[in-house]
Design a protein around this ligand. Structure first.
Ligand code: SF4
Length: 360
């Protein structure tokens, strides 16, 4: 196995876990957007055995396993490799999550993905990402990576310029690193709940326990097409669920703590493992997040609740970041968890009123 990366900002993978505040984290890249239930059961088991049992969906549609220990990294990686979790590792492509389940997607998408993978130069940086958006019922609108290949409904565009289907691989082989990155208006995440042909749900506060992932894997097998499909909006699509079965599936997922309602206030909050799951946690983040979510709406600005100044769940700035410190909470305005707080030593009960007093 390759030695774990110790550099912050490294793009972690299955073979190169990255150190974070609550241990090491590894990412499993779905093979062409799909994580089959049989694999998910093995991932959930390994996350409990070798990590802290917490998993996340990343904004590149990968499944992230948290809390690995230095001595558990090697057995985790071996177990995952034997389970077939490394199959998607070689690809840089973020593909339409409903590939294989949505007849309205661009034709020939899978073959095009294979061609693109073969055409990309090996010299590209580990972080270089390719978006392959085949449109359909769950288009990847507003998601931008280094290379953006979109189906326009009639033809293809590469970083905003029309390119004939048969010329895409050559175009990329010759110009992959020289293409100007496109800028697009950020899109709204697709709404959670029942859609024609698929369901969309999200882990509460961006995290799920391995036991909850197992429930979803079972639901995908009994009611869907036997796989989960992570999306770049950190949600999960279940395809192949019959329209009349959808309420049963959504209800079962809800019981396991997943968000299935597009108006759920928890969608405006992100938090880390916190205490007691993380030894560095200075507050119980999930309890605090549940209490705060009751007074929030889905459309409110992002609230980042961090168990300590490391800010593992959201390394960037947020309109409001709450940071645990010795059982109390500091509040950072428009900054990261490690930035200077505007308020210090608040109790959980004081947070709603303090937030209301902030200027818009
Ligand atoms: S408490 Fe949260 S932010 Fe701090 S190290 Fe643990 S997971 Fe990271």
């Amino acid at each position: 196995m390759t030695a774990p990366a110790r550099i912050r900002g490294w793009c972690p993978s299955l073979f190169r876990p990255m150190e974070s505040g609550d241990g090491w984290l590894a990412r499993i890249r779905p093979e062409r957007g799909r994580l089959p239930s049989a694999l998910l059961r093995k991932v959930a088991d390994a996350a409990l055995r070798h990590g802290n049992g917490i998993l996340e969906i990343t904004n590149r549609g990968n499944l992230q396993v948290r809390g690995l220990r230095p001595e558990s990294i090697a057995p985790f990686t071996t177990t995952m490799e034997e389970a077939g979790a490394a199959v998607g590792e070689g690809s840089r492509i973020l593909i339409s999550p409903l590939l294989g389940a949505d007849p309205s997607l661009a034709p020939d998408l899978l073959a095009l993905a294979d061609e693109i993978d073969r055409a990309l130069p090996e010299s590209l940086s580990a972080k270089f990402g390719v978006l392959l958006d085949g449109g359909g019922a769950l288009p990847l609108s507003g998601i931008v990576l280094d290379l953006v290949i979109r189906w326009t409904g009639a033809d293809w565009a590469v970083n905003g310029k029309a390119v004939a289907r048969d010329a895409i691989a050559t175009h990329i082989r010759e110009r992959a690193t020289g293409l100007a990155r496109v800028s697009e208006r950020a899109g709204h995440p697709p709404k959670l709940g029942r859609h024609a042909g698929f369901l969309l749900l999200a882990p509460a506060f961006g995290q799920m326990r391995a036991e909850a992932l197992l429930t979803l894997a079972d639901l995908a097998e009994t009611h869907g097409d036997g796989a989960l499909r992570p999306t770049p909006w950190k949600s999960i699509a279940l395809a192949g669920v019959a329209w009349d079965q959808a309420p049963t599936v959504l209800q079962a997922a809800e019981k396991r703590g997943f968000i299935t309602d597009r108006n759920d206030g928890r969608l405006s909050l992100i938090t880390c493992a916190g205490a007691p799951a993380c030894a560095r946690g200075e507050i119980a983040t999930h309890d605090a997040a549940s209490a705060l979510a009751a007074s929030r709406r889905a459309g409110d600005g992002l609230l980042h609740l961090s168990g300590c100044v490391k800010g593992c769940a959201h390394p960037g700035a947020a309109p409001v970041t709450l940071v645990g410190r010795a059982g109390q909470i500091d509040l950072v305005r428009h900054g990261k968890a490690a930035d200077t707080p505007a308020f210090r030593g608040l109790s959980l009960a004081e947070i709603p009123a303090t937030m209301q007093s902030l200027p818009a």
